[in-house]
Design a protein around this ligand. Structure first.
Ligand SMILES: [Fe+2]
Ligand SMILES: [Fe+2]
Length: 145
């Protein structure tokens, strides 16, 4: 299904997230210390600048709309996966907590890829069906009282 404009930016970010996930999985599979360190550093940096803001945008706009429409299972799964991905990045960022970087990076890459596919195939599809005019976006800017 063609994406509603409100979801297009998030969908575009999913493409870059998927390519990051694939690169990280490949690096994890090599077990090469230099590639692992480069992948670790890239994940930590890009999580802060790209993925965390993307998660926050979903949590602030899309998920509350789906929750109020009764889509609790989809919303809970999304939040659980965000939590898990944040925990993996936290472990990667504090090296002492990640004695097995290949395992941690492999888990992160696999979960990120699965998360993106779930959102594209289930979450966003549902959001469009629920409210094709305003999926994931407030109707008007908030007016200060
Ligand atoms: Fe997400
Ligand atoms: Fe997403």
């Amino acid at each position: 299904m063609k994406r509603h404009p409100a979801l297009v930016a998030l969908s575009r970010e999913h493409h870059t997230a998927l390519s990051l996930a694939n690169r990280v999985r490949k690096a994890a599979a090599t077990g090469d210390a230099e590639l692992l360190e480069a992948a670790r550093a890239e994940v930590v940096a890009r999580f802060e600048t790209e993925l965390e803001p993307h998660f926050a945008a979903e949590e602030l706009s899309l998920l509350p709309e789906l929750a109020s429409a009764g889509e609790i299972v989809l919303v809970e799964r999304t939040l659980d996966e965000h939590r898990e991905l944040r925990a993996l990045v936290h472990a990667l960022a504090s090296r002492e907590a990640a004695p097995e970087p290949a395992q941690c990076l492999g888990d992160f890459g696999a979960l990120l890829a699965a998360h993106v596919r779930f959102e594209e195939r289930e979450l966003f599809e549902r959001a469009q069906l629920l409210d094709p005019d305003h999926a994931g976006m407030p109707e008007s800017p908030a007016v200060p009282s």
